[in-house]
Every structure is written in structure tokens, then in C-alpha cells.
Design a protein around this ligand. Structure first.
Ligand SMILES: Nc1ncnc2c1ncn2[C@@H]1O[C@H](COP(=O)(O)OP(=O)(O)OP(=O)(O)O)[C@@H](O)[C@H]1O
Ligand SMILES: [Mg+2]
Length: 260
């Protein structure tokens, strides 16, 4: 049976572009005729708001999915964009890490077991992780085929990546031997600054061909779109940010072809 490719967007460092990437990669894949489910597993709910949902529009969320009190199908919302669906997160999720930690059964597999039930109706499932390596991120990595790591072109960009890679390796060795590093994405890249170029060289030296050829430029339109609750393609499709995320989707689709 056909199964969606499931990709976690993860980096426990805050503010590196996980959510921006989750939203805009999802919408860019839709523009390439893919059916996409965006899953918000961050209590901040930024992806949820970024595709136009306010807290008061959401009764059932990923919290219920993880607690197994609702079926995944009850947690899926249609967005204003055809072929882009959402499993939203609200602040309720803040307590979930603790509740999962003390749960007896299947605490690492809650998300996987639920997503497996809808894997046949999407081409891609994109999971926006929180800036931590707790049970929420673990659930995302256990459920995924690949992990996409955004790295911000700033000081200390590589800091914390050692722990992230150790976590990925631990999950590969225990719960999910199918997990691969889908790719490393340079974000908020400003080619005019020496620092950004130095960081890009360092990251490419470390991750080699796993770094995407495309990097995401710093583009104010990306944060404007997010605050308006729209993916960039639906806000300003001619912006450099929109073009970069479209290139990323294209590169990802091409990589998938060569992987098969
Ligand atoms: N390429 C970019 N150009 C300009 N602004 C950006 C870009 N990428 C992200 N931003 C802005 O930077 C901020 C942090 O980005 P984002 O929310 O995507 O990071 P995050 O890794 O999801 O953060 P958190 O760890 O808190 O979940 C946001 O205000 C976002 O709009
Ligand atoms: Mg985020």
C-alpha cells in the first residue's frame, strides 16, 4: 500500500526556521501537486497560526491524538489551501511531555501509530517540532522516514547539532531504523555577510552532500506572511523567500526520485 513520506523538521535550538520551513515547504509541495498534511507538535502552535488558525477555532488538536482520546481523523482540519491539511497544536500540548513521560504504554509510538492510519491519503506528512528534544520531538522522529534540520546562518549555528545527531542515532538504533537525515537546510542566509558565508562553509564541511544546494535567504516577506496566517506562496509568490521554498520542494522531490 502507498504510504506518505513523513518528514520531521527538527532542531532543538529555538528560532532557526523550523516553523517557517514546515509551513512553506508544505505549501510548496502542494504547488507541485502533492497532497500534504502539516502536523504541528509544538505547544507554541506557530505552524497552526501560520496557516490561518486561531486558538478559538480549535477544539480537537494533536494533544488529543497523543493522549489517544481522539482518532487522528478527528484531529485533521482543512486549510484554505486545497490539498493542505493540518493537525493543529494549542497550548494544551505544553503538559503533554510530562503526561507522556508518566504514561505506561507506547509513549514513543503515539504519533506513529496514529499517522500510519492516514499515510495512504497524503504524499507528504510534514511535522513541525518544538525547540527541545523531549518526548514530543521523539514521537515525531519515531514516526518519520526523514529528518530535515534547519540551520540558521548565525554564530553558534553548529552548537547543539551534536546532541541532535546523537538523539537521531539513538532513535535509529531503537525505535526507528528507517529514519534518515533527509537534509540540512541553511536558513536566514544573507550572502552579503562574511559570517553567513563562513557558517555555510562550516556546515557544508560537516554535513557534506546532505546539505541542500538551495539555501533560504533572509526575507522579511516570510515573517510577514507568517503573521498574516498564510504560506509565502499565497502571500507574495514572487518574493525571494517563495522562490527559495519552491526550489527546496523541487530539490526534495528530485532527491526522492534518486533514492528509489
Ligand atoms: N528566511 C527568513 N527570513 C526572515 N525571517 C525569517 C526567516 N525564517 C524565519 N524567519 C523569522 O524568524 C523567526 C523564527 O523563525 P521560526 O518561527 O520559523 O523558527 P523556529 O525554529 O520554528 O522557532 P521555535 O524554535 O521557537 O519553534 C520568525 O519570526 C520567522 O518569521
Ligand atoms: Mg517553531
Amino acid at each position: 500500500m502507498f504510504m506518505a513520506r513523513i518528514i520531521a523538521i527538527a532542531n532543538q535550538k529555538g528560532g532557526v526556521g523550523k516553523t517557517t520551513t514546515a509551513i512553506n515547504l508544505s505549501a510548496a509541495l502542494v504547488a507541485y501537486k502533492k497532497r500534504v498534511l502539516l502536523v504541528d507538535i509544538d505547544p507554541q502552535g506557530n505552524s497552526t497560526r501560520g496557516v490561518g488558525f486561531d486558538n478559538d477555532m480549535i477544539q480537537i488538536s494533536i494533544y488529543h491524538l497523543l493522549m489517544n482520546t481522539k482518532d487522528v481523523k478527528e484531529c485533521i482540519y482543512k486549510t484554505q489551501i486545497d490539498n493542505l491539511d493540518l493537525v493543529p497544536a494549542t497550548i494544551d500540548l505544553a503538559g503533554a511531555d510530562f503526561e507522556l513521560a508518566t504514561a505506561k504504554d507506547n509513549k514513543h509510538f503515539r504519533l506513529k501509530n496514529q499517522l500510519d492510519k492516514v499515510g495512504n491519503i497524503y504524499d507528504y506528512i510534514i511535522i513541525d517540532c518544538p525547540p527541545s528534544l523531549g518526548l514530543l520531538s521523539t514521537n515525531a522522529l519515531v514516526a518519520s522516514n526523514g529528518v530535515l534540520i534547519p540551520v540558521q546562518c548565525e554564530y553558534y549555528a553548529l552548537e547543539g547539532l551534536v546532541q541532535l545527531l546523537a538523539t537521531i542515532r539513538r532513535i535509529q538504533g531503537t525505535f526507528n531504523n528507517k529514519l534518515v537525515i533527509e537534509g540540512v537546510l541553511l536558513t536566514m542566509y544573507d550572502s552579503r555577510t562574511k559570517l553567513a558565508n563562513e557558517v555555510a562553509v562550516e556546515v557544508r564541511k560537516f554535513f557534506k552532500e546532505r546539505v541542500y544546494n538551495v539555501s533560504i535567504p533572509r526575507n522579511i516577506k516570510l515573517s510577514e506572511a507568517q503573521s498574516k496566517g498564510k504560506p509565502i506562496v499565497n502571500y507574495d509568490k514572487n518574493s525571494t523567500g517563495a522562490k527559495a521554498y519552491s526550489e527546496l520542494a523541487k530539490e526534495m522531490l528530485a532527491n526522492e526520485k534518486t533514492r528509489k
